[in-house]
Design a protein. Structure first.
Length: 300
């Protein structure tokens, strides 16, 4: 198939594109610069120069493709409107990437026992209200003769398969640990995130393209860990003695920015990928987060 992928030079989009190319598909990838065009071309992706604000470029690329994968931004409504508008009446799949922070609350590193699957109602925090509204807008197009599907990953880890090798949370924690000589979490670090290995995530995209019904929403996870547990594994990996440090929220915001500190590093995001397993037969099997930190790609 001919697949158009936004975010083709990034961590998720580049990994999905690499997996689809290996399966024999042709991938055209949206990139913002000639340098990124060269990076994706070297990996077998046909580059298309443009941005998420280039409505005509997006529409033409979507119409020329058999499948559209939107992996550049979970929040860019204009790009979504352009792509879905171009796909109306075509019956083609539109695979959109969201993120499981939609279930998060600003917990300041405290644990939450709330767990969500695809049937659990979500009341988003103010920081994620627009994202949830965009998800609902996308799924409403199931009646518009195209096949909208949302994949909502939890914390992603592992070495990316494309031009963008690094995810968000784990590299942030590792880089901070190296800078400080000790791993550090926001608040007590009791907050828990579900997680998924990038190698497992890309197989979910392939399954969704193949057989997800129109209007489907899938969480992606295969286990969960607290931020403190991740930091303890980082200390073991880096051979740093002693327990991780608890940062105040002000310290965490100074390191990562307030939004990242509050809505990602100190929040809870506990989800269960019930539908992906039941409806698509998704079977994640890569090594878990703690093992990957201690003895996998992060040691290299």
């Amino acid at each position: 198939m001919k697949i158009f992928c936004t975010g083709a030079s990034g961590y998720i989009g580049g990994s999905v594109a690499a997996h689809l190319i290996a399966a024999g598909h042709q991938v055209t990838g949206l990139v913002r610069s000639p340098e990124k065009a060269e990076a994706v071309r070297a990996r077998g992706i046909k580059p298309l120069l443009g941005t998420l604000d280039d409505k005509d470029i997006l529409a033409q690329a979507a119409q020329a493709a058999d499948v559209v994968v939107n992996a550049a931004s979970a929040d860019h409504r204009g790009a979504v409107e352009s792509l879905l508008g171009a796909l109306a009446g075509s019956g083609k799949p539109f695979i959109h990437t969201s993120g499981s922070s939609i279930v998060g609350t600003r917990a300041k590193g405290q644990r939450s026992d709330a767990i969500f699957d695809e049937d659990t109602p979500v009341t988003p925090s103010p920081a994620r209200t627009a994202r949830v509204a965009l998800n609902e807008f996308i799924l409403s197009h199931r009646d518009n003769e195209c096949r909208p599907v949302i994949i909502c990953p939890s914390l992603i880890y592992g070495r990316g398969l494309g031009a963008g090798p690094d995810s968000v949370q784990v590299p942030l924690l590792i880089n901070l640990a190296k800078k400080r000589g000790n791993a550090a979490h926001a608040g007590p670090g009791e907050n828990i995130w579900s997680n998924v290995h990038v190698d497992d995530l890309v197989t979910l995209y392939a399954l969704a393209i193949e057989k997800a019904p129109a209007g489907s929403f899938y969480f992606a996870e295969n286990g969960e860990s607290s931020m403190r547990e991740a930091c303890e594994a980082i200390n073991r990996m880096l051979s740093f003695a002693g327990p991780p440090t608890a940062m105040s929220m002000a310290e965490a915001a100074a390191e990562w920015g307030e939004g990242t500190a509050e809505d990602t590093m100190a929040s809870n995001s506990r989800v269960r990928a019930k539908r992906a397993r039941q409806e698509l037969g998704w079977q994640p099997k890569a090594r878990g987060l703690i093992e990957e930190i201690e003895s996998g790609c992060y040691r290299e």
